[in-house]
Design a protein around this ligand. Structure first.
Ligand SMILES: NC(=O)c1ccc[n+]([C@@H]2O[C@H](COP(=O)([O-])OP(=O)(O)OC[C@H]3O[C@@H](n4cnc5c(N)ncnc54)[C@H](OP(=O)(O)O)[C@@H]3O)[C@@H](O)[C@H]2O)c1
Length: 253
């Protein structure tokens, strides 16, 4: 059974990948949807009764969840066509006053779980599989007051680029997806709802549906890094040309 695995599948961006995959890959007939909230997962699953949908409640920041996921793979032996690593959290706070457990949990989810899931899924991937790792435009340059979050997303970009090269001979395409801000629960969870940050309020918001559909097409074409919006493409270019010490004067959240 051709399978898509989506983490963060109840979130603003993650759930948009279900529709994008349905539209672009009708051959996918099984969806594994992963998040913590069991009820929210069930509600998303109920919208897609024409497909086999497994609502898998896991806290991916926990070591035991990674073992449970590995066990599930062994039991079900899926043929994975698409893996979307979208589960992620951010925190807007200065480094010293931040809650340490929260910051480390962010590293566990954004980096450790993403690395583990990609590695664990590999033996089950079809030879033309796609891996979409959700990074962020915040990963292009260090982000004061989002220091740990920015660093986790720089990790995702770097890992994805290397895997894009390493897995190409097997036909597997890996893409780092780097959206700008989107109006999802992310900013509320990050402790920066509307009105909290002039920069975030000012920046153009991306549509999660367009990011999901566009990045899936880009992954199929073998793109290493995907950024949809012209402003964030320009920012990506600036981050390669200008010293980060200079750019950071403008990127504090
Ligand atoms: N929104 C933005 O402005 C923006 C911009 C650039 C990049 N991104 C990235 O895009 C991705 C998706 O963000 P989003 O905007 O869709 O955020 P969101 O609406 O807050 O969704 C986050 C998703 O991750 C799941 N999740 C959170 N913690 C988890 C954990 N410990 N284990 C398993 N699942 C967990 C959530 O479900 P549960 O709470 O039920 O676990 C939810 O499904 C993230 O990687 C984020 O960094 C977001």
């Amino acid at each position: 059974m051709v399978t898509a695995v989506i983490t963060g599948a109840t979130g603003g961006l993650g759930r948009e990948y279900i529709d994008a995959i349905l539209a672009q890959y009708p051959s996918v007939d099984v969806f594994w949807l992963i998040a913590r909230d069991r009820e929210a997962l069930k509600q998303v699953a109920q919208l897609h009764t024409d497909k086999t949908v497994a609502a898998i409640s896991l806290d991916l920041a926990q070591e035991e969840s990674l073992h449970r996921f590995e066990q599930l793979l062994k039991e079900q032996n899926p043929e994975i066509k698409v893996l979307v690593n979208s589960a992620g959290v951010g925190k807007v706070t200065d480094f010293f006053s931040a809650n340490l457990a929260g910051q480390l949990g962010m590293v566990d989810l954004n980096c450790r779980a993403l690395t583990a899931l990609t590695r664990l899924c590999l033996p089950y991937m079809l030879d033309d599989a796609l891996v979409l790792n959700i990074a962020s435009a915040f990963g292009f340059c260090p982000g004061p007051r989002m220091s740990v979050y920015s660093a986790t997303k720089a990790f995702v970009i770097s890992l994805s680029k290397a895997l894009h090269d390493e897995l190409r001979p097997r036909g597997i395409k890996v893409t780092a997806v780097c959206p700008g801000p989107m109006e999802t629960d992310f900013w509320y969870v990050a402790g920066a709802p509307e009105g909290h940050s002039r920069l975030i309020d000012w920046l153009p918001k991306e549509s999660p549906a367009q990011v999901a559909a566009g990045s899936l097409r880009a992954a199929k074409q073998g793109r290493m890094v995907y950024t949809r919006h012209i402003l964030y493409k320009f920012y990506h270019l600036l981050s390669k040309l200008l010293p980060h010490g200079f750019l950071m004067q403008f990127t504090e959240v």
